[in-house]
Ligand binder design. Structure first.
Ligand SMILES: [Fe+2]
Length: 286
């Protein structure tokens, strides 16, 4: 993969149903939208027209939740064909999904589950990512997920696993800063060390989101404002990776579009502040 093949999109927000009408009527000043691919896997009708209209005014990226790239089930070629059709129709800047599994033996567990961090799993997942990339004829982004358990058979750290999969598959990385923060608390590792260890040339997008604090563990609920500690980690990531396109992810208790846009603007301001503070030490643009 080549970092320069990806557009420097700026600061976007997740496209959510409750905002469709406002976006279509007002065309608010937002750099780009991230679309949940599965929400638009329909045979036609108004929903696809809505996306066509939004796409004619904004860049979009397609973010999936059903690839189940880590499963031992065969790849779902029916799903991949639908995804390829959407890619042809809407020409997203890129396509992403999660480094996880969501089901096995044909059963969908509707959750993004972590993998064992082993060399065997690296080879398994990387070979599947390569197949998907060949089928879609493009480099895909894989995202680190939040997790609440670990496999005792793991031999690599989470960041070593993510890096090894990306290198082996020659794919890109969507780095979710909130998920790193959540997992660092839940599993007791150093979030900064994680960010400092991921291959910089592969990081093409950031996610920023809120989470819930349950005392003994954090839950990646995406239903709160972004915590100050996650903003601080974001600034550290900008210092290492540069002006990486950043997405505000909000999935529950979704606020007004103005709040999402203001949060995207806060990411922009913090990113620029890092550049003013650290200048040429920061990585160049995508
Ligand atoms: Fe995310």
């Amino acid at each position: 993969m080549n970092r320069s093949d990806f557009e420097p999109l700026g600061f976007g927000v997740g496209l959510r149903r409750c905002h469709y009408t406002q976006i279509l009527e007002e065309h608010p000043r937002i750099d780009w939208f991230e679309v949940i691919s599965e929400n638009f896997m329909v045979a036609g009708g108004r929903l696809l027209q809505v996306l066509e209209d939004i796409r004619s005014h904004y860049p979009i990226v397609m973010h999936g939740v059903s690839l189940s790239i880590g499963s031992t089930d065969p790849l779902n070629f029916k799903y991949l064909k639908q995804l390829a059709t959407m890619v042809r129709q809407f020409e997203p800047a890129w396509v992403s999904d999660h480094l996880c599994w969501t089901g096995v033996e044909g059963r969908n567990l509707h959750d993004l589950l972590p993998l064992p961090y082993t060399d065997e799993a690296v080879q398994h997942v990387a070979s599947r990512i390569r197949q998907v990339q060949e089928l879609l004829e493009r480099t895909i982004l894989i995202e680190n997920v939040s997790s609440y358990m670990e496999f005792t058979c793991s031999r690599l750290s989470e960041w070593e696993f993510l890096s090894a999969v990306a290198d082996e598959a020659d794919c890109a990385i969507l780095l979710d800063i909130n998920n790193i923060f959540v997992n660092a608390f839940n599993h007791g590792f150093d979030a900064v060390r994680y960010i400092d260890s991921v291959p910089a040339e592969r990081v093409i997008q950031f996610h920023l989101a809120g989470h819930s604090d349950h005392g003994t563990y954090l839950l990646g609920t995406h239903d709160h404002p972004i915590r100050s500690e996650v903003w601080a980690l974001y600034e550290h990531a900008v210092g290492r990776f540069g002006r990486v396109p950043t997405l505000i992810e909000w999935d529950d208790n979704i606020p007004e579009l103005e709040v999402l846009a203001a949060t995207a603007d806060e990411a922009r301001s913090r990113c620029e502040a890092v550049f003013r503070r650290e200048g040429s030490r920061v990585a160049g643009p995508l």
